[in-house]
Design a binder for this molecule. Structure first.
Ligand code: NIG
Ligand code: FE
Length: 387
């Protein structure tokens, strides 16, 4: 069964061979979908016929957002912590333990229902690929059930047993590092594609992060690092040194961090929803882009530091507050996210790619940042199927 999406006023392909500029823009375009894949992309005037037609009515079409950083498996909410922050309390990451307690007390069914709700919420707003982390269980059994649930929802699952040192290991952090890199890792590996560490003062230091990431790599997992969110630290350079797919947050970078990112193949994933919700300075995206670093944007959806699933919100913040151009921001939220997940089949519309696209209620992708706070998705196709 083929579907011809036609009447596209402006098509973002992210394929520089197909169209103009960074976004590979094609005016008056069509996309032919065969099953769950893109079969053809080009000017509507020369489009092949399809069994069915979807007329975009002159609207813009973009690849589905690729959200490469989200913490969807949790219970409870921390709105009181948010309120306290908005009246002057700093964000320290200490609230993670509140969510850990609620998550441990929740049933599988409750965790699954909450994660599904958030995934649906993201999908409605145009996200068609979502990475999902564990990290609010922090026991072998709880991390395992969180990752099992994550795996029901996405292939991009990340083991974040190294989120914080749980209270009962406070006096013996090295025992927790050993647990995470030993029996916890062994238990969750069948359900995880990636391993991540919150490398930050108050969480895991450089040596602890190295031990966990190295063990994860040995177990066959790809690497990601929460790095330099609250202060400069060793996380970014460690990520690059170990060949991590992504260093996430990158809010407080040294010159050496930027040089390392520019010289390696680790994507810098920026999460402006976290700076917004913790009232913190935004990362210096221009410095990274000007140094030639590949930048991704992601939601960081989690109940503490960034309780939003909206990629267009991240994109609007990146444009308004981080001086990314609208084109750079859209690229970062689609193709950049795909790079951060080392995927070449999503975040792009070209023959062979997954048929994930969004018909916008707008004539141009510029409206994503120009109309902040508005959900502009008319139709979201995921694997070629409207959702
Ligand atoms: O990416 N920084 C660590 N992890 C999350 C926050 C988790 C939380 O506050 O619950 C983040 O911002
Ligand atoms: Fe995070």
């Amino acid at each position: 069964m083929t579907l011809l999406v036609t009447g596209i006023g402006e098509l973002v392909t992210n394929d520089p061979d197909a169209g103009a500029g960074l976004l590979g823009l094609v005016p008056d375009a069509a996309v032919l979908i065969d099953g769950d894949r893109v079969a053809w992309v080009g000017p509507a005037a020369s489009a092949p016929a399809g069994d069915e037609r979807l007329d975009a009515g002159g609207a813009a079409v973009i690849p589905g957002f690729v959200d490469s950083h989200a913490h969807l498996v949790f219970a409870g909410d921390r709105s009181a912590e948010f309120e306290a922050r908005m009246t002057g309390e700093p964000y320290t990451g200490g609230g993670i333990r509140t969510t850990v307690a609620a998550t441990r007390a929740a049933t599988d069914a409750e965790l699954r229902a909450n994660a599904r709700r958030l995934l649906r919420e993201a999908r409605r707003q145009g996200t068609t690929t979502m990475e999902i982390k564990s990290g609010y269980g922090l026991t072998v059994a709880d991390e395992l059930r969180c990752l099992r649930i994550a795996r029901e929802l996405t292939d991009e699952t990340t083991f974040l047993g190294a989120h914080v040192i749980p209270a009962d290991f406070q006096d013996r952090p090295d025992d927790y590092v050993e647990l995470v890199s030993g029996s916890m890792l062994a238990a969750v590996t069948p359900y995880a594609k990636w391993v991540d560490v919150f490398c930050e003062r108050g969480a895991f230091d450089g040596d602890q992060a190295r031990a966990i990431l190295t063990a994860g790599a040995k177990a066959g997992l790809g690497l990601r690092v929460h790095a330099s969110q609250l202060a400069a630290g060793p996380g970014v350079r460690l990520a690059v040194e170990l060949g991590a797919a992504s260093a996430d947050h990158c809010t407080h970078l040294t010159g050496a961090d930027v040089d390392a990112l520019a010289g390696g193949d680790t994507v810098a994933t920026l999460l402006p929803g976290a700076e917004f919700s913790t009232r913190s300075p935004y990362p210096d995206a221009r410095r990274l882009l000007d140094a030639g670093v590949t930048v991704a944007l992601a939601s960081d959806c989690n109940p503490g530091s960034s309780y939003t699933s909206s990629m267009s919100f991240a994109l609007a913040l990146a444009v308004r507050e981080m001086r990314m151009t609208p084109a750079e921001a859209l690229w970062a939220a689609t193709a950049g996210g795909a790079r951060a997940l080392r995927r070449d089949d999503v975040g792009v519309l070209r023959p062979g790619a997954r048929a994930d696209l969004v018909v916008l209620d707008a004539p141009s992708y510029l409206h994503l940042a120009y109309r902040p706070g508005v959900t502009l998705t008319t139709t979201v196709l995921h694997n070629g199927v409207p959702s």
